[in-house]
Every structure is written in C-alpha cells, then in structure tokens.
Design a protein around this ligand. Sequence first.
Ligand SMILES: [Mn+2]
Length: 266
Amino acid sequence: VGNEIKPEKSVVDVGGVTFGGDRFAVIAGPCSVETREQILETARAVKRAGAGLLRGGAFKPRTSPYSFQGLAEEGLKLLMEAREETGLPIVTEVMNPRDIELVLNCADLLQIGARNMQNFPLLKEIGQTRKPVMLKRGMMATMEELLMSAEYIASEGNREIILCERGIRTFEKYTRNTFDVSAIPVLQSFTHLPVIADPSHGVGIRRFVPAMARAAVAAGADGLMIEVHTDPENAYSDGAQSMLPDEFETMMGELGAYVKLEGKHF
Ligand SMILES: [Mn+2]
C-alpha cells in the first residue's frame, strides 16, 4: 500500500461514491441498527443532509459482553431495506470471519473496526474478497501498524482499501479518545490509499464533532464518517457522540466551504 509502489492516489469506488478523487465522501448513520423505524428515518435524514453512504452496525464489538451486541442478520436486512429506499450504499462492520459471507451480501463497504485492526485471520479472509473495505485504526495502534494491517488485506489481492483515523487512547480524559489529525497527512505521505476520519469516535462528544470534522477536511481527509441518531439520549450505543439529524445537516452546510477550499465537492 506504499506510494513508492504506486505514486498516484488510489480511488475506491463504493456503489458509485468515490473515495480518493475530487469527491469528499461522507458516511453517516447510527452506531447500531436498532429498529426498522430508526434506521429508515436516519437514512432519509442523512441523505437529505447530503451524506453519500449509510452506516449502521449489525455486529457490535462492545467493551462489555452484557451490552447490546447488535441485531446481526436482522440488522443487515434492515440496512438493505434502507438502501433500497434511499439508494445510499451501506457501510457495516464484520467482526468474525464466519460472518463474512453474510455481511458480503449486504455491505457495499465492509468495515473492520478499531478493535479488529490486528485480527489477522479476518484481514486475510477479507483480502480474498473483492469487496471495498474500510480499515479503522486501532485505539492503541501506530500508523505503521495500521499500514501493515492494510498490507495483510492487499497482499491477499484486495486493493480496495480505505484507511480511517478514529482517535487513539492517550492520558487525556476530557475526550473519549485523542483525535489524531496528524495521522491524515502523515498516512497520506506513505500510502496511495484514501484516508478518511471518524471525528465522532475520535472526540466522543457530540458538540465537538463539527470542529474536528473541519479539522479533518483541512488536514486533507478524503471523507468523513459521522454517527447520527434520531434519539441519541436513548441510543443503544454511542449516544453521547451521535448528532441529531438537524445538527448533522447544519454541520454539512458549514463544511461545504471547507471542502471547496480543498478543491473537492460532496
Ligand atoms: Mn460507534
């Protein structure tokens, strides 16, 4: 994935939405798929606000085994229904090599979550598919380790990879993670792969997400992933960092000028 092998930037096409070209791609949606109404309502709202792709977790890697683990296959079906209605391509996580086939049927972009960044059997199996994959940086992973994990996928033949900075664990406690804006230009100096940012997990607090999104755009990110929920107070996961659809729409409106300044468009 090094740019000494391929100097020109890679463009990854996900159901007609491109990452790495002139387009600035925004993935939005809830942390978890919870109900039919929740995912359909959110899908309509984020589409209206200008998002290019819909996210939603059906398999959730939770810190506690007693927390909500996701709707699994039922969640994937609801995502497919949301795509059918809105036309938004689907981004969803695969945690277990055993679930790859199931998730391949639904997802337009497979997500490998931060906690699985070094799950090498999973990386290798996904490398054998030809499905675009978004690899999130582990919370305790260096940039080099992230790039090496991308090599695990690429070395099996799948070059459709997008990297995602989502914050790392530091001693700071006022934020959920420390959003490493520097990773965006630094990774891009090493790799031809598109690099996007997830300020929702990066900062973990709803009201700081717009500022970190602007920072990511200015740092040269190729896209964003933002958590949006119609009722964040009652969300099954990550409510504190999830934006209301109205807040997301306002942020998208404000981001437009920054995206344009970078020579890109939504
Ligand atoms: Mn989340």
